[in-house]
Design a protein around this ligand. Sequence first.
Ligand code: ZN
Ligand code: ZN
Length: 384
Amino acid sequence: MGREPMRGQTDAAEHDENLYPAARLDAAREAATRAGLDALLICPGADLRYLTGYAALPLERLTCLVLSAEREPFLVVPALEEPAAHASPAGALGIEIAAWDETEDPYALVAARLSDRIGSVGIDNHMWAEKVMAFRAALPGARQELAGGVLSELRIRKSPREAEALRQAGAAIDRVHARMSEWLRPGRTEREVARDIAEAIVAEGHVRADFVIVGSGPNGASPHHEVSDRVIEAGDPVVVDIGGTTRDGYCSDSTRTYAAGEPPEEFRRLYEVLLTAQRAQTEAVRPGITAERLDAVGREIIANGGYGKNFVHRTGHGIGLEGHEEPYIVAGNERPLEPGMAFSIEPGIYLPGRFGARIEDIVLCTEDGGERLNLTSRELAVLE
Ligand code: ZN
Ligand code: ZN
């Protein structure tokens, strides 16, 4: 699903310097030096937006933020994008915006500004391969490495202003779930319901809907199902997993499972097991608990309820300027949680061919526990 920021947004929130503080540029330069990288090359995407606030569209023409220890940061942009770059929060950072003309070679321009002694460059993880290759040719002496680790370590702890942006995103998607009875009922197809939900995602405070999953009856047993033309039947359990991106660039993501009329008896039993697990996991969030322990808290409850082999995915993923980012709440991730980390808690139980259920909240790790950013009721909602 496309998660690239839109170009040319100039709303007030983007100009809030607390959301994109200039100090991040120095923090990134220092982190790069510690990682043994002489420079960072950052093209349009979440990393560029995090560092500058500039929601540039990825294009074939090169836009690239260059950070190195030896000189001041500069942002290379195509001449025709220069006004947009200046109008973005990047224009208020006090960095040089170097425009290149249509017939110039922007890679040579970057190389000429970096010293010959550059031995290694960190390339942002989502840079297009053709740009990576062009930088390789322009900087033949520089070893290329991924910059993702350096950037994700900065992005993994949200500032108070970022936490507020995620809180607003959570409230926006909660308003959509709160309206579900307007759309979800027997006789309508998943696709019809999803279309209404996508419209509401924008109407309730996002610039776009990133995904809409409506999995009714047996389709709910497939965690990767999106939508189909299946007609929702009376008594169907329906998994609704939805998210969008707000003007600030921060993502929402919340799942609730509904029943289109009284569901089968076993579904109610399964749902109680799932709800107990998801509640226990959200309550277990605190600094110091490891990601894998948090995963296990829910997995043990679901296994004891008899559905261990039906919880087929990790518990959750981090969220911020991207819908999926560090930290991942998964077995094998021994990293202790820290205040400022934000991630989903989304256990699910899936009975192939019959039905499934998932409950998902975004949770922020605080100094002394966890704060749920999705607050709609987690009880099974039976819509008549
Ligand atoms: Zn989700
Ligand atoms: Zn999720």
